[in-house]
Design a protein around this ligand. Sequence first.
Ligand code: PRX
Length: 658
Amino acid sequence: MTMQEKAAGRVASVMQEDRVFPPPAEFSSRARIGSMAAYQKLYDEAKNDLEGFWHARAQTLPWSTPYAKVLDWNPPHAKWFVGGRINASAACLDHQIATGKGGKTALVWVGEPTGERREFTFEQLHAEVCRVAAGLQKLGIQPGQVVSIYMPMTPELVIAMLACARIGAVHSVIFGGFSSEAIADRNQDAKAVAVITADGGWRRGAQLPLKKNVDDALKSAAHEPTSVKNVIVLKRTGQAVDMVAGRDVWWHDLVAGQPADTPPVAMDSEAPLFILYTSGSTGKPKGIKHTTGGYILWAKTTAEWVFDLRDDDLFWCTADCGWITGHSYVTYGPLAAGASILIYEGAPNAPHEGRFWEIIEQEKPTIFYTAPTAIRSFMKWGMQHIEGHDLSSLRLLGTVGEGINPEAWIWYHEVIGGKRCPIVDTWWQTETGGIMMSPLPGCTPTKPGSCTLPLPGVCPEIVDAAGHPVEKGEGGWLVMTKPWPGMLRGIWGDDARFVETYWSRVPGKYLAGDNARQDKDGYYWIMGRIDDVLNVAGHRLSTIEIESALVSHPSVAEAAAVGRPHDVKGEAVAVFVTLRDGEPTDALKDVLRKHVRHQIGALAAPDDIHFTASLPKTRSGKIMRRLLRDIAAGKETVGDTTTLEDYSVLAKLRGDQE
Ligand code: PRX
């Protein structure tokens, strides 16, 4: 089957709107929202009285000062639970202890070198968080200051996040796969005063040089002078690292002798809890700002609804805390709901392709939440890695990060879920703070490939370029017409960009940046991005960021990056490069791949590099990305650069506009 045939097959099956899977009765009888009638009632309640609805739910949070007003909506700026004070780490830890869950397992960690395992009760996690919080305070870190976290997926990553939250510092987690340049950019943009890192991390048996990357970032000439005063280093791999006197401190030294009961700082409901950088349609990543009260309520409530959390659940969300999924559904959502979480440091195929199933058999998680790209890898690796493992502990499966193709959905349902586990296909974004559209298990009949319906309190609409709602069945831009507690409050340090990016193309409505359509039953089908953002293995990448990285190499004159369909990653990165000097050789391709890796990180390294004498452009000089996408996907046969030249000439003659 060719790539095009596969893509066509995917589209055809996406159109199978009538394939409906009813919710299993076992769920319906016990779920919080156990029927479509109950869902509709709740949905209407929220729609008719948004503030009353969230006021009722906010009573489940441990406020230290009650709020005076539920919502202050001054579009596009929202304040939720105005005047209230609360601490997010206390909502996740102290509140659980106060309600009798202190001895319950909060976190189970499985490390990459097989055999490593640690477990923390809520009390133990609380004690660790308190020690680190006190250590950070001793370094002089104040509420409102930003602390970058660049760590492997160890319990200490979760602890570091919660410790920042405890003292009111704003964490900015940087995924461990990002390069030193990316760390330097983020530190500078956020004016981070400290970085919490580790000597290294494990990845497929190799040691990642995390501390060295931080050192390089702090030395980056382009980012002088750095705002970072302290670096806290967890000893993880034991590899040799340089410690700078007066700046660097070992984690174990920082926490030694610190109290296990550091009081949480009562934060204003609208105080920033964290920043998380994500790619947009320009070269500069945006620091998405989330605040405290609304976010914690959103993360907790959506975790309870969508994952039907029960007291005896063990929730395995496979995301790294470097991404929003790891913030909302590894850390804040489940812990604030008092659930037990399972985290794993390593790769799914190390030391073998059956690693995830081995972990499920050993740890017996009941809920498993992963990304479609991972599911497609499992399918490719084959049944032999799954057969023989006992997966019967699982009762609910979830996916996130991109649309799941129906073939993968069915496979997930049958092979991993043994046909008994409902699947929640959850649509949301870094900006939304938590899940916005998803089936509710035991309630919503599912259709493979659709994220089904909005959660209560979420008001989506699909509009045309003029902002008018389109008919059912027609595609258009997905917008939100009402504020919700978990919504982003801004882009760090750039309110103009926040207003411009999300609120100006369709005035007064939140523009998600996705195309979508609703079917005859009102179910939503996400159809991909409307901007130049790629979704590679569930990760957002900006084409312009990749282009800027390439152009910063001395051999490159001009570059264009596009996505092309990829069986496992969903999209792969294809770049077209014109050279300033140097020969268009495979060796240069390797050099350029390494260069992008160094500038951004391995996740952005191009899969395909095409050298060309010039790029096809419109008369106004815009690169014709649509044409390049077709070429990259193999829809047009381009054997050599001359053909691309011809396209370029053709385009100019026709005066085509993108
Ligand atoms: O295009 C949508 C896609 O991922 C984008 C958000 O990416 P990010 O902020 O990195 O957050 C990913 C984890 C929440 C969206 O704009 N996306 C995410 N989930 C889905 C999805 N597309 C289709 N179906 C989904 N379930």
